[in-house]
Each structure stands twice: as C-alpha cells, then as structure tokens.
Write a protein that binds this ligand. Sequence first.
Ligand SMILES: Cc1cc2nc3c(=O)[nH]c(=O)nc-3n(C[C@H](O)[C@H](O)[C@H](O)COP(=O)(O)OP(=O)(O)OC[C@H]3O[C@@H](n4cnc5c(N)ncnc54)[C@H](O)[C@@H]3O)c2cc1C
Length: 216
Amino acid sequence: MIRSSVRDWVKKELSPIIEEYAQKAEFPSQLLKGLAEIGAFGPTIPVEYGGAGLDYTAYGIIMQELERGDSGIRSTASVQGSLVMYPIYAYGSEEQRKKYLPKLASGELMGCFGLTEPDHGSNPGGMTTNIKDAGDHYILNGAKMWISNSPFADIAVVWAKDEAGKIRGLIVERGMEGFTTPTTHNKWSLRASATGELVFDHVKVPKENLLPNVAV
Ligand SMILES: Cc1cc2nc3c(=O)[nH]c(=O)nc-3n(C[C@H](O)[C@H](O)[C@H](O)COP(=O)(O)OP(=O)(O)OC[C@H]3O[C@@H](n4cnc5c(N)ncnc54)[C@H](O)[C@@H]3O)c2cc1C
C-alpha cells in the first residue's frame, strides 16, 4: 500500500516536471507540500511527534520510490527525515522534540544537516567548525559545504567541536546573525537538488539549541 501510494504520487506529481527542473538546475519547491502529505518526512518518527511511526522497511520503500523519480528529491526527503528529524529525536531534549519535529514532519519547517567541511569530507573528525562557551550562548565559527537543502532550509543541524575537542550537535536557525547559506552552482548531478554551504561568522547560538544527548 505504501509503495503504490508513493509510486502514484511520483508518477503524477514528480515525473512530469523533473526533467525540466533538472535542466534548469532548480529545486521544485512546489513538491514540498505533497512530500509532507505522503508522509515522506520522518516516517519512522513516532506519531506523537508528527511522524508515522513506521518501520525502516517502509521508510526504505518510500525512499526507493522517490529515488525512482529523482535522486535529488529523495535527498530532500531523506535529509529531512534521517539527518534532521532523527538526530533531534534521538539526541534532543523533550522541548526540542516538541518544538521542531511536528513542524518538520508537516513541511512547515525544512532542515539541513551540516557535517562535511571544505577540507574534511571523508574525515569529519578533522573538522574545524567550533563553538566557544559565552555564558548563556555559544559562539559558532566555521563553514560546511555540499549541504543538501541549505539554500532554503529554516534550520540546520550542525556539528562542531567544543573547547574540549568533543563533537557536539546544535540547531542553528535561519536569521541568526552571521549565518549565511550560499548556493552551490553548476553541479553535474543531482541537479534538481538544492545544495549549498553553511557559513558561521561569530553566530550566537542559545544554549537551549545544543543537542544535550550526544558528544563524540
Ligand atoms: C550533492 C551532494 C550532497 C551532499 N549533501 C550533504 C549534506 O546534506 N550534509 C553533509 O554533511 N554532507 C553532504 N555531502 C557531502 C558528502 O558527504 C561528501 O562529499 C563526502 O563525505 C566525501 O567528502 P569529499 O567530497 O570532501 O571527498 P574527499 O573526502 O575529498 O574524498 C575524495 C576521494 O578520495 C577518497 N578518499 C578519501 N579519503 C580516503 C582514504 N583515507 N583512503 C582512501 N580513499 C580516500 C574518497 O573515497 C573519494 O573518492 C553532499 C555531497 C554531495 C556531492
């Protein structure tokens, strides 16, 4: 049932327009509402937080069907579910779960995930993006690149080293001073996916935006 409903949606909404958007190297943002309606954002997240509480087989089938239509559109959905909603669910506080997850599931908020850095792709342990404790907030500095959804994301789950050298996760919101998301142009693949950078220039991130339950 899940496979056929997603397949139908892909055939009706995605396949007819995707070649044009890939040629233009433009993300078809009009698909976001439909992706949320078919449950493509965080299907494994429990119902109380806006997800569908499905298992990973169902999640895989949903992604496989989206991938059949276009890899870039699957990227948007899997980043939202696996790389934004899952870390908030698994490592976030109850307040963070309630604040962000239902809106991410409904597509009211879109997220991105910032791990890769210009000089540290395959080796994220070498990351230089960092946070410094400044009382009631952290000061975040650094840059990420090749970040799916960054040009339009409302929030970013960002990984940065603290002063003890531990990698911590933070929820950074669009509009925070010093936070910009330049678009990456001229990709040869995933052309209908929006990809960009995340640049942090002395961004003040409130302490309540730190994911409390992870330090690597
Ligand atoms: C379209 C797109 C979307 C992306 N979206 C995201 C995202 O949303 N969030 C995010 O954080 N990242 C994202 N990435 C980044 C992606 O995870 C990285 O590109 C990946 O981790 C590889 O890093 P790199 O590109 O710096 O390549 P490099 O690490 O420079 O690797 C280059 C080549 O060298 C090889 N290599 C590297 N180290 C070794 C080694 N020790 N031994 C042998 N071979 C090695 C690699 O296999 C590869 O072939 C995205 C990338 C792309 C292209």
